[in-house]
Design a protein around this ligand. Sequence first.
Ligand code: PHE
Length: 470
Amino acid sequence: MSVKRSSIHGQWSSRWVFILAATGSAVGLGNIWRFPYLVGENGGGAFVLVYLLCVVLVGIPIMMAEIMLGRRGRQSPINTMGTLAAEEGLGRHWQLLGWMGMIAGFIILSYYSVIAGWTLAYIFRTGAGLFVDVDATFSKQMFSELINDPEKLLAWHTVFMAMSMVIIARGVKSGLEKAVKFLMPALFVLLLIMVGYAMGTEKFMEGIDYLFNPDFARLADKNFFSDILLPALGQAFFSLSIGMGAIMIYGSYLSQKSSISFNCFTIAFADTLVAILAGIAIFPIVFTYGLEPAGGPGLIFITLPIAFGQMPFGTFFGTLFFILLLFAAWTSAISLLEPAVTWLVENKNMTRVKATTLAGIAVWLLGLATVLSFNQWAFSFSFAGTVKENGLFDMFDIFTSNIMLPIGGLLIAIFAAWRMSRSATVEELGLGDGFYYKTWRFAVRYIAPLGVIVVFLNAIGIFKLLGFVE
Ligand code: PHE
């Protein structure tokens, strides 16, 4: 049975626009802000290695499945799941997958916007030459001065949400297509320049060793499953934008002719490369200036300004860097809200503008909890062998990326490989029925679901209860 649906929200004008838009969704604060600080909190090389395995074994197969479902359903994730389930004679409860993703997107965007607000603040701080020749103490002080001021955080969070809402209201396609073509490559070039700077620092090799040498001795007081594997898996989902419908909705705008597998490999490769480059740029600075790798969410905002303060044309490069990082965050933020907006348009008969306004205001309000997590409402707790100091923000972050996204991914894998008819997936993926298709099917049927389940069971200590691990 051939399905010829089209999306009421439009279609990408070419395969490359899809790749750029999806890469725009994937590459963001997750690569440049979240990845380095998690690497620092989780002991370096071992975490990086496990992360890469998660991307290849679990991330890519699920990403292919998610895009495939999106393109076949061509609606908001909730309605796509409803339609596809009905087509296979399954119940409407599969829509819950879409609901969970939409809620995850809401929560993620609420704190993502606050962190993107820091980026906005740093554009102006760097541009004003504030960091010329600063030392580590001053840089730390500047950062804590920002996060201890709820009014500033609120103002920047508001600006960022407003910026995102403008683009979403215009429609992802017309809003993004042109800008994405220039700004993403520019960010990449700038990262290379920063890697070049890092190469000249005294402790470059120490940074590289920290990042790439999976020295398990550094993990002495950590539990491999709950403290390394769970956050690494969560980061793979977060960074690739999978498990919550963002990539599914982007897939729903993809032309029937385009190759899903080629697109996925390109996106995952670009996303991983950016994260690794960010790590190479940051850790040598951390060691050269005697900073703590486990510095938490402030890591890049403390380390990079020191580098900009030292390097030639640092004020220029620094300002440009934060502008491009802001742009990368922007293109991700848009995809976080798109599932909710399309659902409101489809089901509540709203215009795009009205749907965006409503959803955007709700997210903005929830963001207030994150604004206060760094000051008035701050409290600490322990997770994955690390002390987390920013209460609700950390909880939102941990709960969405380590729990909601992997469960979403698990359900996507189960639906695509166990519930959907084989012939429908053969047709939709367009890989033929040979080796490539069979490899994909094996990965989504067994490796990805088992991977997620094993990590979960371990993390919640079931194996411990059963006496499998010490
Ligand atoms: N992948 C984005 C980043 O790395 C964040 C994101 C997560 C976007 C989930 C969409 C969905 O910054």
